[in-house]
Design a binder for this molecule. Structure first.
Ligand SMILES: [Zn+2]
Length: 214
């Protein structure tokens, strides 16, 4: 790695040490003497590159609810899923060659035959680590005697492909004393701290990839 790269990596390492703190539903990292270019780069990486799980494929077995199949699939895509980044690959980078396997897909089902709202909490996952972050998101509703049965697949993706994979809202706040605050408001897939640390890992990787091309 070149001199410049080492310097940047050292700086990024220091950001990792600069502890952020949880403030209500936000994770706030305060930067001193740092260019807002670099803080903004971290923000962009959070929005575009930090991966999460989302529902990508919905097979409708029975849909006797009043909503169209596509509407149900769309709503399911927006349910944030708790994400474990250590155990899974991106589907298109997986050993299976993108066919789909236990290392790149999580299988779920949703079955309900009782009347009333169908909530995200009715989704049952074959991996207890990858489940809806919120049980109370309404998907559709059922009249008496009607049922819904779905087979679902969730995969890792990034906000750059589709907003449903974005892990958080994130923005910068510039203070009068010259400090910059990076505000992260997680959607529930990962904690604010996990999102921030993951973004720094990606930043370091981007820098070294860039350098290897120079
Ligand atoms: Zn696979």
């Amino acid at each position: 790695m070149t001199h410049v790269g080492k310097k940047v990596e050292k700086e990024v390492g220091e950001y990792k040490m600069a502890s952020g703190k949880v403030v209500g539903n936000q994770f706030v990292v305060t930067f001193k003497d740092t260019s807002n270019v670099i803080v903004n780069a971290i923000r962009r990486i959070i929005l575009d590159n930090v991966p999460t799980f989302a529902i990508e494929d919905v097979e409708i077995v029975v849909n006797e609810s009043p909503l169209y199949d596509e509407t149900i699939a769309h709503r399911l895509g927006l349910v944030p899923l708790k994400t474990d980044l250590k155990s899974y690959n991106f589907k298109d980078e997986c050993k299976c060659g993108g066919i789909g396997c236990a290392l790149c897909e999580v299988t779920m089902t949703l079955k309900q035959d009782s009347e009333g709202y169908v909530y995200s909490g009715s989704i049952s996952s074959n991996d207890p680590q990858i489940i809806p972050a919120d049980d109370k998101i309404p998907i559709t509703m059922l009249f008496p005697g009607k049922k819904l049965e779905l087979n679902i697949k969730a995969v890792l993706g990034t906000g750059r492909e589709h907003a449903k994979w974005a892990p958080a809202h994130s923005y910068l706040k510039e203070e009068k004393n010259g400090e910059i605050q990076l505000i992260i408001e997680p959607f529930g897939q990962l904690s604010g701290k996990e999102i921030y640390n993951q973004a720094l890992e990606i930043l370091i990787k981007k820098i070294s990839d860039l350098e290897s091309k120079l």
